[in-house]
Design a protein. Structure first.
Length: 419
């Protein structure tokens, strides 16, 4: 039974984070446009919080800051300069020694106030803190949900995509992503989706419910998750975790009902299948468990992250034609992914097919001029010098150069619809 928790490792998982993970703050420029909010916004943040309080739940706005926090950030960061300059100063304020120097701590879903006091927490805590301070500084930030191929994991023979939270911002003509995470490979596939405030707070309290469950406070976890499921019907993570809470209590038939309803609405959400298998077995329905397992495996074969990993495996085995086939399959499902075009270019260039390699490289560069993999490919394949490099925009020149040199993706920005 796997509760889905959004953390800084990006892993939907239970238990502590591996000790080998390294802290890295990434100031990234996102692909062709700022991601749009998925699905209808069914409730406002105020209504979400008020509704919970009426049911006896101690809900608060997790990214609200105190006057003391505002005074300190006003002194150390200030309102001067452009949005980009304020954002850079805020990032340095939270990251650098001598200031906050925020540190990672697993399974700490903290509010902005708590994170500011303790100066540590997971990615959700960091995101709450960053959003609260940034909005005070009139930086137009929004919440971003990130899915990555590198965080595939296995449960009961099925593979699932994990995720984590970050901060997005409209900055001049570009979208900037601030991501509190471990070091990223420049060859990893990632998908970015902005989410509205109510959904982000719902995910925060989903994490709180998982923390309650792991602490043995099962009743509190169930009450919170039932409210989230009712208030945010699109929050599939909460439905998944409600079923886990029920199974932890031996209530397999109830859990199965919850999961079947969720699967009817979200047939492509993979974690539901692994828990549905367990619920069906616990409810004494082994044939139904086999059906869920078969459905999960069929779904897996169409998932772009799984297909991408299959392509990587074929490339590493020097099966270049097989790798091309897998990457093209993934591209059919993510047609604007610069990373997939870059990988296709790498395969062609590895085969010595220069024309096809340069063509796909140029397409990737058009979609995301500052994708780190493109720089790595230029170093690996000198023939790419024939492809003109992108012209750096003003945001990347002179004193405004982005710190840490971790520019993931860059493209023209479109303002997302967020609350």
């Amino acid at each position: 039974m796997s509760p889905v928790r959004t953390d800084s490792a990006g892993a939907s998982r239970k238990g502590p984070r591996p000790p080998s993970v390294v802290f890295a703050l990434i100031l990234a420029l996102c692909t062709a446009c700022a991601p749009k909010v998925n699905g209808p916004k069914t409730i406002s943040l105020d209504d979400l919080l008020d509704g919970g309080r009426k049911q006896g739940l101690a809900l608060e706005n997790p990214f609200q800051i105190t006057p003391e926090m505002a005074a300190e950030v006003d002194k150390e960061v200030g309102f001067g300069g452009t949005v980009t300059e304020r954002m850079r100063r805020l990032t340095n304020f939270l990251n650098d020694r001598g200031y906050i120097h925020f540190k990672y701590e697993a399974n700490q879903s903290l509010t902005a106030t708590e994170a500011f006091k303790t100066r540590q927490g997971d990615c959700m805590a960091y995101t709450n803190l960053y959003v609260g301070l940034a909005r005070y500084l009139k930086i137009p930030v929004f919440f971003v949900h990130i899915s990555e191929a590198r965080n595939y994991y296995e449960r009961d023979g099925l593979y699932f995509v994990s995720s984590h939270m970050a901060v997005g911002c409209m900055a001049q003509y570009y979208t900037v992503i601030v991501d509190f995470t471990e070091e990223k490979s420049e060859y990893a596939l990632a998908l970015y989706d902005s989410i509205d405030d109510a959904t982000a707070v719902g995910l925060f309290y989903n994490n709180v419910a998982v923390d309650e469950l792991l602490a043995g406070n099962v009743s509190e976890a169930e009450d919170l998750l039932r409210y989230l499921v009712a208030a945010l019907p699109h929050l599939k993570e909460a439905e998944n975790n409600l079923a886990v809470v029920l199974m932890r209590q031996g209530r397999f038939a109830e859990a199965l009902t919850v999961l079947q309803g969720a699967l009817a609405r979200y047939p492509a959400y993979q974690p539901l299948y692994t828990n549905a298998i367990q619920a069906a077995k616990g409810a004494g329905q082994p044939d139904l468990a086999k059906t869920f397992q078969a459905q999960g495996h069929r779904l897996l074969q169409e998932d772009p992250f799984f297909i991408f990993n299959q392509g990587l495996a074929r490339f590493q085995a020097k099966d270049y034609e097989g790798a091309l086939w897998e990457f093209r399959r993934a591209l059919a499902r993510q047609p604007k992914s610069p990373m997939l075009y870059a990988w296709i270019a790498k395969v062609y260039l590895s085969e010595g097919r220069e024309a096809e390699g340069k063509k796909n490289f140029a397409t990737a560069q058009t979609l995301a001029p500052y994708l780190p993999m493109l720089k790595a490919l230029r170093q690996e394949f000198p023939s790419l010098s024939a492809v003109p490099p992108p012209i750096a925009p003003d945001v990347l020149k002179g004193k405004t150069e982005i710190p840490y040199k971790k520019l993931i993706q860059l493209g023209p920005a479109v303002k997302p619809s967020v609350s």
